[in-house]
Design a protein around this ligand. Structure first.
Ligand code: NI
Length: 185
């Protein structure tokens, strides 16, 4: 178990483009250790997703969902949302399948205590490698699609605050709790 420091907004590493993982490295000890540390760090922080650059590793690796919360079906960070199925995403590619967007008050472990309203396509095709060497493809919609897009943005040095259209819908989560709750019903 290794909980790594999650770097925060302002750290230049969050703004860099991460490198692809070579297929021959998918099952390497380095990648296994990275994923283990990402799981430990995300669970300790109570997140629903984490990208490698958030622990300072500029590789195209992200995790979504939580192995531990999978059994309880609870989503502790976003209470009104369903639990997200655990996946390791290596070299993920997203293709939006619709022009229809879905708005959500997103948060980020690298921008603690804050939330902001962002709109994204609500149905995507996701292509990725997991730790096996085969490529996977899934159609994902709703809240899971938001989480996937948020994490994949990190791999290109993009943060959700870059996608805010209305800065009045950005602020501290406690101060905005009533607004956030009303947006999710
Ligand atoms: Ni984030």
């Amino acid at each position: 178990m290794a909980i790594r420091n999650i770097i925060k907004l302002g750290d230049p590493r969050l703004r860099q483009k991460s490198e692809e993982v070579a297929i021959t490295e998918l099952q390497s000890k380095e990648i296994k250790n990275l994923i283990r540390d990402m799981n430990d760090s995300m669970n300790a922080a109570g997140g629903v997703g984490l990208a490698a650059p958030q622990i300072g590793v500029l590789k195209r690796v992200a995790i979504i969902g939580s192995k531990e919360l999978q059994e309880t079906g609870e989503n502790q960070r976003y209470l009104n949302q369903p639990a997200v199925k655990y996946r390791v995403l290596i070299n993920p590619i997203i293709e939006p399948l619709t022009d229809k967007t879905q708005g959500f008050f997103e948060g980020c472990l690298s921008i603690p205590g804050m939330r902001g309203f962002v709109e994204r396509p609500n149905r995507i095709k996701l292509t990725y490698y997991d730790t096996n060497e085969d490529q996977k493809q899934e159609i994902i919609d709703g809240f899971e699609a938001i989480v996937v897009q948020h994490e994949c943005d990190h791999l290109d040095g993009v943060l959700y605050v870059d996608r805010l259209k209305d800065w009045r819908l950005f602020g501290y989560d406690q101060e905005m709790s009533a607004l956030i709750a009303s947006s999710e019903t």
